[in-house]
Write a protein that binds this ligand. Structure first.
Ligand code: SAM
Length: 341
């Protein structure tokens, strides 16, 4: 590790809208062992390996953000747990938990490899993870993920819970696919002790299907759930885009991420790094900063720190996704698996 620049901690990362950037999401690979129909096309072209940062480079880059005041790191993908030796990176980043520089190290996973890694994740200091599950019907699960097996994922969730990790379930609401199931999924989460977040499908990348055919507004999901459960308003916030209620009958939190019907960009505290070292300052905008060049150009961290600061100075106010039949969709061309969901 390079010695921290003495001035680095003194000025936190503040964007032009006075938002303090304390959260970095890192896509450690664009590859995945699933092909969810709303996330990827079936015949995806993946990045050449030479373009992808090594685990050591990812560590150095993440550590630069930590030095500049990032307090929360989330590893995502693609599928983070299919990257070879990813646990080496998790262990390396765990040192920032030990030093107190980082409050939280976590990941978002499809759960397929969790049975193998849950114990080690817990041992490194990971406390909570998000696991994406869109349905509890195995045939439907395989249809949505194209390649996934529900049993394997449920086994992974069980292993994670047994290892002491809190598991939050992420579910994307898909028109005519799983909306009829959300009530049962909220109950299942309650029975198994999981909080849950329901997400609106976002227009990211060409997936070979019309987004209007997938999109289902969460206002309608919420209305449906409000007939089945008592949804109690809460001011619980994670600093993220989800707005939470407590489901009185289960005692668990239920979040709604509604980038289409409402966005909550005004409180956005996050930026996203791809596995090639490209920093996206907004999930829904195309402006990005190349951090791989300053990373590889010098072993001195000062140019890297300056490139990060310069990128944060360009963070836009927010995104403007639109999906409806009257307008051309306002979308971004890259898939969610590139930026990391
Ligand atoms: N493979 C991991 C997983 O399955 O959670 C991490 C990466 S995945 C891209 C992260 C999250 O993004 C998942 O919950 C997935 O359902 C969600 N996602 C992917 N494409 C999306 C889209 N177009 N709109 C909304 N959510 C999406």
């Amino acid at each position: 590790m390079n010695a921290p620049a003495p001035h680095a901690r003194s000025t936190p990362l503040i964007d032009p809208f006075e938002r303090r950037i304390g959260y970095l999401r890192v896509s450690v690979t664009d590859r995945c062992d699933f092909r969810c129909v709303y996330c990827m096309a079936e015949d995806m072209t993946f990045l050449p390996k030479a373009d992808v940062l090594t685990l050591e480079e990812l560590d150095r880059l993440c550590s630069a953000f930590v030095r500049l005041g990032v307090r929360k790191l989330r590893l995502t993908g693609g599928e983070p747990l299919v990257r070879r030796n990813v646990m080496g990176l998790v262990r390396a980043l765990g040192r920032h938990l030990g030093s107190g520089a980082l409050d939280e190290l976590t990941l978002t996973t499809n759960g397929s490899q969790l049975a193998k890694y849950a114990g080690e994740l817990a041992a490194v200091g990971v406390k909570r993870i998000n696991v994406s599950v869109d349905t509890l019907d195995s045939a439907k699960f395989t249809a949505i993920t194209r390649w996934g097996k529900l049993d394997q994922v449920l086994g992974g969730i069980e292993a994670a819970t047994a290892a002491g990790l809190a598991v939050k379930i992420n579910t994307v609401a898909l028109k005519d696919v799983n909306v009829d199931e959300v009530e049962a999924m909220v109950r299942w989460c309650g029975d198994h002790g999981h909080d849950m977040t329901i997400i609106e499908v976002m227009p990211m990348g060409d997936v070979g299907e019309q987004r209007v055919d997938q999109y289902f507004p969460l206002s309608m999901v919420r209305a449906k759930l409000a007939r089945a459960f008592t949804l109690e308003e809460t001011d619980y916030r994670t600093g993220g885009p989800a707005r939470y209620v407590t489901v009185k009958e289960t005692g668990r939190r239920l979040g709604f991420i509604t980038p289409l019907t409402h966005n909550f960009c005004e409180s956005c505290n996050r930026v996203r790094l791809t596995c090639t070292g490209t920093l996206y300052m907004c999930l829904g905008q195309e402006d990005a900063a190349d951090l791989r060049a300053p990373l590889r150009a010098s072993t001195d961290d000062a140019p890297l720190d300056e490139a990060i600061r310069a990128a944060i100075r360009r963070k836009p106010k927010g995104h403007d996704f639109v999906i409806d039949r009257r307008h051309a969709p306002r979308a971004v061309p890259r898939h969610m698996s590139v930026t990391g969901g």
